[in-house]
Design a protein around this ligand. Structure first.
Ligand code: SAH
Ligand code: SF4
Ligand code: F3S
Length: 446
């Protein structure tokens, strides 16, 4: 019997990838995805706990599902992801209408938990174990059951290369919610990439919280392979037209990896390198293991290998104890690097993190002002950076058609609009000459 599945995903690409896995797993038990929560027999909320706001969003959606369940008693509600991992049983206490709580390493057991629920063994099911020897199961078998031909053509995919994180930055929940850092075996990764390419995928993004340290935590007895080596092997898989990766920690950024931007033609010229703060005192309290000077050196070295590389970053404003002088160092770093774009956030206390107990919390209003100041300057710089593309010809991968023409993405990760032909398909590569630069996108002609 077909049942209807609705998954709402919060948070990062790891969660997006996990949602995809859950969807594929459940397809084998007859679940088909629907576009509206109201049509679903099973709603999965795949949650994120990175900032207080992310968690609040989830709890308010969960509150609204209570009404739906009253009207539709057969509705099953599952909570997955980082809040599930962090809160475990407490989710049932707060939200008794939840049926399943499933942790970040347990998503593979979802069909089993659903089955047990149907058999009425328990009123609720929970699986939240975190194992430091956990090996990500190979996804290959899932692919064979993947999207029927009627689904829109997909052309890019994430491939998880490692999970967890061992860095324990003072503000961050990830080491608690995703467990120890574990690299996947190279052979699994390459086999998955090969299969994806056979299924028509053209762009691969290698995924992990800390990809630069790939291989230093490989549980499987294999010859250790560095991230740069893995990148080269992936780039060499025939049919991989574009390659990206995320996320990097500056502390582990090697020259060998930087050189890849010079050597690998299919590696996109975009690097997301979170800096978090421009002040050494703040970086130290954040437990980031690099200084402002080292970060700037890495940026300069990266640009020596790939002068046009587009850089983006993450920044936290208002970390406990951040003074005006500290914050001006962050602004100064922004002026120095001139990032193409950035994600910036107000610091928020998170459960079981060290900084939650730090003194000298920055006032909410001050955080708000700093964030505004940072974002306003970033917007100006983004526009200036985008204008550097005027008159240049860039390679664009088509993503789809819109009212105003075709939309695609440059290697530098900019959205590009252009008037184009109907026959262009998602995943096609074309050359576009840029003739208009906006703050968030570029326009051009084929
Ligand atoms: N692994 C990546 C970051 C993943 S989390 C790295 O090491 O950089 C994504 C971003 O969320 C972080 O880069 C940080 O800027 C932000 N973030 C994490 N914890 C936060 C907190 N407690 N308050 C505000 N922002 C936070
Ligand atoms: Fe969190 Fe730091 Fe790990 Fe990134 S490197 S996931 S910020 S602990
Ligand atoms: Fe959020 Fe967990 Fe990702 S906390 S950012 S979903 S690893």
């Amino acid at each position: 019997m077909t049942k209807h599945l609705f998954i709402k995903t919060f948070g990062c690409q790891m969660n997006e990838r996990d949602s995809e896995i859950m969807e594929q797993l459940l397809a084998q038990s007859g679940y088909i995805p629907v576009a509206e929560q109201i049509e679903a027999d099973l709603v999965i909320l795949n949650t994120c706990s990175i900032r207080a706001k992310a968690e609040q969003k989830f709890f308010s959606l969960l509150g609204s599902l209570r009404q739906q369940k009253k009207k539709q008693p057969g509705l099953r509600i599952a909570v997955a992801g980082c809040v599930a991992q962090q809160e475990g049983e407490r989710i049932f206490e707060r939200m008794p209408h939840v049926d399943i709580v499933i942790g970040t390493q347990q998503i593979w057991r979802l069909p089993e938990l659903l089955q047990r629920l149907e058999q009425g063994k328990n009123k609720r099911e929970i699986a939240c174990g975190l194992d430091k020897h956990f090996v990500i199961p190979p996804f290959q078998k899932l692919l064979h059951n993947s999207p029927p031909a009627s689904e829109p053509l997909e052309f890019r995919k994430f491939v998880t290369i490692m999970q967890g994180c061992d860095n324990y930055c003072a503000y961050c929940v990830v080491p608690n919610t995703r467990g120890r850092e574990i690299s996947r075996p190279v052979s699994d990764i390459l086999e998955e990439v090969e299969l994806l390419v056979q299924h028509g995928i053209k762009e691969i993004t290698l995924l992990g919280q800390n990809v630069n340290s790939y291989g230093s935590t490989n549980p499987v007895a294999e010859v250790p392979v560095s991230f740069a080596e893995l990148l080269k092997m992936t780039a060499a898989v025939p049919g991989v037209q574009r390659l990206r990766f995320t996320t990097s920690n500056p502390q582990d950024l090697s020259t060998e990896l930087m050189r890849c931007f010079h050597e690998l033609p299919n590696l996109c010229p975009h690097f997301h390198l979170p800096v978090q703060a421009g002040s050494n005192a703040v970086l130290k309290r954040m437990h980031r293991k690099y200084t402002r000077e080292l970060y700037l050196e890495k940026v300069a070295e990266l640009r020596s290998f790939c002068p046009d590389i587009a850089l983006s970053t993450d920044v936290i404003v208002g970390f406990p104890g951040e003074t005006e002088a500290d914050f001006s160092q962050t602004m100064n770093l922004l002026e120095t690097v001139r990032f193409h774009g950035s994600f910036s956030f107000k610091y928020s206390d998170r459960p079981n993190t060290r900084s939650a107990a730090f003194p000298d919390k920055v006032d909410e209003q001050v955080k708000g002002e700093r964030l505004e100041q940072f974002q306003a300057r970033q917007d100006e710089i983004s526009l200036e950076r985008n204008r550097e593309f005027l008159g240049k010809s860039v390679e664009v991968m088509v993503e789809g058609h819109s009212e105003s023409g075709v939309q695609g993405r440059s290697g530098s990760n900019h959205i590009v609009h252009f008037a184009g032909q109907e026959q262009l398909q998602p995943g096609d590569l074309v050359m576009v000459t840029i003739n208009h630069a906006g703050q968030h996108s570029l326009k051009g002609e084929l």
